[in-house]
Write a protein that binds this ligand. Structure first.
Ligand code: UTP
Length: 292
């Protein structure tokens, strides 16, 4: 029997985005553009490619622009139409009525708490989570990260997280898995630890911003105290589910950019601009000139 389909995705977007201040004082981090699309658009496109229908944004103060982005901008469209401008650039921002849902996290108490805020909308079905500041870019002709995860989920069911390998000295900034048996891109997860000291890290495989979780995680989060950094951590809740349900990691075949950090954001902008047919050659020339 194939597992229940993944129809809903939660996008926690209530964080403060302090690393990008002052840019994120008024503009949410998730609306900062990489070339010409805001970060949140890349994540929603990836969700749609994976067959996900309902987009649940966990927003906070000052974040309503994210929901607006997926609404119809009537005056803009009207004016563009009158001027004979092409409206197709707005196509990805169109949502099926009723399929964009916003819930509020009043105080940013941590990623785990943000996910828990979506419990009533998620209900009793498995769901996906996207951290939009992790930009996952498919290989040319390949499928996106969540599509790869959904394909794996259809084989093994249960819970899945996407992972990637980083140099050991970097693991302390991330959630890290204790790996079990591996087969191809799939690795059994035996344990999870948030931001471990290098000497205590069980591997160099870090959790990278995409999850498929069973609804029981909401009940675990319900009773969860604060963890690393004084925040209610999703990693701690997932760690408690290991052993009670299947838990696997999928190593993404593609590129990941950490757009939560400034250098990662610049890297993503450059990489995506260089890959664009309409501007890649020009950007390459600019980069070469700047590098002397
Ligand atoms: P980050 O750790 O990147 O935090 O959160 P942040 O606030 O976005 O950015 P910095 O570190 O201050 O620069 C990871 C994801 O979890 C969400 C964020 O919006 C981001 O998508 N988040 C985090 C919440 O929705 N609520 C929280 O309480 C914490």
């Amino acid at each position: 029997m194939s597992p229940k389909p993944i129809r809903k995705a939660v996008f926690p977007v209530a964080g403060l985005g302090t690393r990008f201040l002052p840019a994120t004082k008024v503009v949410p981090k998730e609306l900062l553009p990489v070339v010409d699309r805001p970060l949140i658009q890349y994540a929603v496109d990836e969700a749609r490619e994976a067959g996900i229908e309902q987009m649940i944004f966990v927003t906070g103060r000052g974040k309503t622009g994210i929901v607006e982005h997926f609404d119809i901008a009537f005056e803009l469209e009207q004016t563009m139409s009158e001027r004979g401008k092409d409206l197709s650039v707005l196509e990805p921002t169109r949502a099926t009525p009723g399929d964009v849902i916003a819930v509020r996290q009043q105080v940013p108490l941590g990623l785990g708490h943000a996910i828990w805020c979506a419990r009533a909308i998620v209900g009793d079905e498995p769901f996906a989570i996207f951290l939009p500041d992790e930009l996952m870019v498919a290989r040319e002709g390949g499928s996106g990260c969540m599509k790869q995860m959904v394909d794996a989920y259809n084989e093994v069911g249960g819970n899945l997280i996407s992972v990637l390998e980083v140099p050991m000295e970097q693991v302390s900034a991330y959630g890290v898995i204790e790996p079990g048996e591996s087969s191809g891109a799939l690795t059994e997860v035996r344990g999870l630890v948030e931001k471990p000291p290098v000497a205590e890290a069980p591997s160099n495989k870090i959790v990278s911003g995409r999850y498929i979780l069973q609804p029981e995680v909401m009940r675990v989060l319900e009773n969860q105290g604060k963890g690393a950094g004084g925040e209610i951590q999703l990693t701690d809740a997932m760690a408690k589910m290991i052993g009670t349900q299947p838990f696997h990691a999928v190593t993404f075949d593609g590129n990941r950019y950490d757009c939560g950090s400034k250098t990662g954001f610049v890297e993503a902008t450059l990489a995506l601009a260089l890959a664009r047919a309409d501007m890649g050659a020009e950007v390459r020339k600019i980069a070469q000139r700047l590098l002397g």
